[in-house]
Design a protein around this ligand. Structure first.
Ligand code: PMP
Length: 356
């Protein structure tokens, strides 16, 4: 008899975006731009000099030091892993588990609840308002009832694009009984960041942990690198659960060298923010509901048309967006990633044709 999978896992389905062979892929919030040419050359030269017969630096010291300098924190406050999803998983391996729970406020990034369930952690679900804002009364109620070890915020929130203003993050931190984990995968596109809270910790509040990624603004989704900035004891806890040498030498070098190209990254962010504004303006004149976004994507809901039909109509015109219509609180909604100007024009033309 072969063993069956853990019964609690058998009920879970994975988190995947449909991959369809199209010309314009605007479904996974990647950067449409490749990494800077100079970075490619520098990485190739650095990799050629690596002793790949040896295990990498287990502490990823040089990379963590570079990230610490970028954010004005100490190296002991930085933990790196293979994408921010692995950072989130490490956090929940360390702090979650049977008898413990996390709190999420839907609609939000589905992986927070998914990773919690995979690690045997309970999930307390609160709802956002109809325009996807946090309702602090609801937050207080959920946190008082569940007493979660981790309270997740996602800011800007995937897939709504809404960023939490600092006073709202402060209010949640004052209510949260454990860690407050702010997922800022799209943080560079937003006006504010919870990093300020990590730099100036208030001992009265929940300890704040900010999670970031190289996948979006850094144009490095293929490298798989993410990190957290938080209190040193959280970093130590994550180091305790992660596998030995989890971060390979090539990735450590690639990440460290990327941090020498902050200006190019900021230029890309500006271009994408400008394009986001242009898309939002056009959507405003179409029969769709939209919401303000501080990320590199926009959520929209076709009025009087099924999301599935519009999604297929876009695919028929070789444009792929994310169908979020079955996600909690997002009935009828689609999400489009901001691409290059040409890609965005293709999307807007295809959408207008679908809605005609
Ligand atoms: N957090 C959020 C909110 C995301 O949208 C994503 C990417 N979909 C991630 C984390 C994970 O990113 P990665 O593992 O590529 O760093």
């Amino acid at each position: 008899m072969r063993p069956s999978v853990r019964p609690d896992l058998a009920r879970l389905s994975g988190y995947h975006s449909a991959q369809v062979d199209v010309e314009v892929r605007l479904n996974t919030n990647e950067s449409p731009y490749g990494p800077p040419g100079a970075w490619r050359t520098e990485v190739a030269a650095a990799v050629a000099g690596l002793d790949l017969n040896r295990y990498p630096d287990r502490e990823a010291r040089a990379l963590r030091e570079a990230i610490a300098r970028l954010h004005g924190v100490s190296v002991e406050q930085v933990f790196c892993a293979n994408g921010s999803n692995e950072v989130l998983q490490s956090l929940l391996l360390a702090y979650g588990g049977p008898g413990r729970s996390v709190a999420v406020f839907e609609p939000t990034y589905q992986l927070h609840a998914h990773i919690a369930r995979v690690t045997g952690t309970g999930v307390a679900v609160g709802r956002r308002t109809d325009d996807h804002a946090l309702d602090l009364g609801e937050v207080a109620q959920v946190l008082a009832h569940a007493e979660p070890v981790v309270t997740f915020l996602c800011s800007p929130n995937n897939p709504t694009g809404r960023a939490e203003p600092p006073d709202v993050v402060d209010a949640v931190a004052a209510l949260a009984p454990g860690l407050l984990v702010v997922d800022e995968a799209y943080g560079q596109f937003a006006r504010s960041s919870a990093l300020e809270r990590v730099r100036h910790e208030d001992p009265e509040d929940a300890a704040t942990v900010v999670v970031r990624t190289f996948s979006k603004t850094w144009s490095m989704a293929g490298v798989r690198l993410g990190y957290l900035v938080g209190p040193p004891e959280v970093v130590e806890a994550c180091e305790a659960v992660v596998l030995p040498y989890h971060l390979d030498a090539v990735k450590q070098v690639a990440g460290r060298l990327a941090l020498d190209h902050v200006e190019e990254m900021e230029e890309r962010v500006s271009l994408l923010v400008e394009e986001r504004g242009r898309i939002a303006d056009v959507l405003g004149g179409l029969p769709v509901d939209t919401w303000p976004s501080e990320a590199n994507f926009l959520l929209f809901r076709p009025r009087g048309r099924s999301a599935a039909v519009v999604w297929q109509g876009l695919v028929d015109r070789s444009v792929l967006v994310r169908d979020c219509s079955t996600w909690p609180g997002l009935s009828g909604c689609l999400r489009v990633t901001v691409g290059t100007r040409e890609e965005n024009d293709r999307f807007l033309e295809a959408l207008e044709a679908c809605l005609r």
